[in-house]
Design a protein around this ligand. Structure first.
Ligand code: UTP
Length: 301
């Protein structure tokens, strides 16, 4: 049977974003801007660069802004046209016309439950899950992580989960894998997937990051998945069960990852992106140099 192409992606964006309150009280954290672009737009762009054709965004309360962002805004576009602001018009147009679909997760029961909302959209095809607050390699032109997972799938026909090493004391914030052996060119067979292990029980420091390529058999498992860590329906637990009936691989990511759902992660992302942004990079660089001098006490003023 020929391998099915990976053409669909699901972006879960229905979490409460409690680490970012009060900003996320009325605004989805996926809409927080990195300099001038909402976080979720980077993810949509990664999907498109990787050949994804249809995207389902799983939204919750206060997520209207996401739908509005990807919709056309007649008044704004008309205004920019009249004022001949063609550069700005191009920026506003950038993502209209993409095949985006939306569904609501009625209660934030956990990532596994958010993914389950995509069952009818996905049907019987392999698909991507791209977390709405995790950005990968935002500045460079290397192969997007989503494309890397799709390339793996085309060889193995198996679910593949992106992982990367994290400091040992931080493993309890992640899903973690117990790899089977050494891994070949960064691709690991996996013994078990464990959600939020304590550092003394973690089977490795290889943590699951926000990109998953999954086969549709995950849905049958999610439908029966009991709540796990934090009393939430955990995608990691369902992947662990899937791995018992069909092979699930882990792909080690060697690029840069930014956790935008975390305050400090968000600040670092803004700085890194700003340092490559044509309009602000020079001023920002100078500002950081001056700030460094001030903080180390070597400034003239
Ligand atoms: P997080 O755990 O990072 O998101 O979930 P959160 O729960 O919104 O954040 P905090 O910890 O309270 O600050 C990872 C991704 O899964 C989505 C989130 O929107 C985020 O993109 N998610 C999580 C859902 O869509 N539904 C859920 O029930 C939980």
């Amino acid at each position: 049977m020929p391998t099915k192409k990976v053409k669909k992606a699901v972006i879960p964006a229905a979490g409460l974003g409690t680490r970012f309150l009060p900003a996320t009280k009325a605004l989805a954290k996926e809409m927080l801007p990195i300099v001038d672009k909402p976080t979720i737009q980077f993810i949509v762009e990664e999907a498109l660069k990787s050949g994804i054709e249809d995207i389902l965004v799983v939204t919750g309360k206060s997520k209207r802004s996401i739908e509005d962002h990807f919709d056309s805004n007649f008044e704004l576009e008309y205004n920019l046209k009249v004022k001949k602001k063609n550069d700005l018009l191009k920026l506003v147009d950038e993502t209209t016309g993409i095949n985006l679909h939306f569904i609501r997760q009625s209660h934030p029961r956990g990532l596994g439950d958010a993914v389950l909302q995509a069952k009818a959209f996905v049907g019987n095809e392999p698909f991507m899950v791209m977390l709405g607050d995790d950005l990968m390699d935002i500045n460079d032109n290397s192969i997007p992580l989503t494309q890397q997972l799709i390339n793996d799938y085309e060889k193995t026909h198996a679910s593949t989960i992106a992982v990367m090493p994290v400091p040992h004391e931080e493993v309890s914030a992640y899903g973690v894998i117990a790899p089977q052996g050494e891994g070949i060119d960064g691709l690991y067979s996996v013994e078990t997937f464990v959600e939020k292990p304590s550092p003394d029980q973690a089977p490795s420091d290889l943590a699951i990051i926000g990109r998953y390529l999954l086969t549709p058999e995950i849905f049958g498992i999610l439908e029966n998945q009991a709540p796990g860590a934090g009393d939430e329906i955990q995608l990691t637990d369902a992947i662990d069960t899937l791995n018992k009936t069909q092979r699930v691989f882990a792909r080690e990511f060697s690029g840069q990852r930014f956790d935008v759902g975390d305050k400090f992660g968000y600040m670092k992302t803004s700085i890194e992106y700003g340092l490559n942004h044509p309009q602000v990079k020079d001023d920002l660089k100078q500002y950081i140099i001056d700030l460094g001098k001030k903080l180390s006490g070597t400034s003239d003023n």
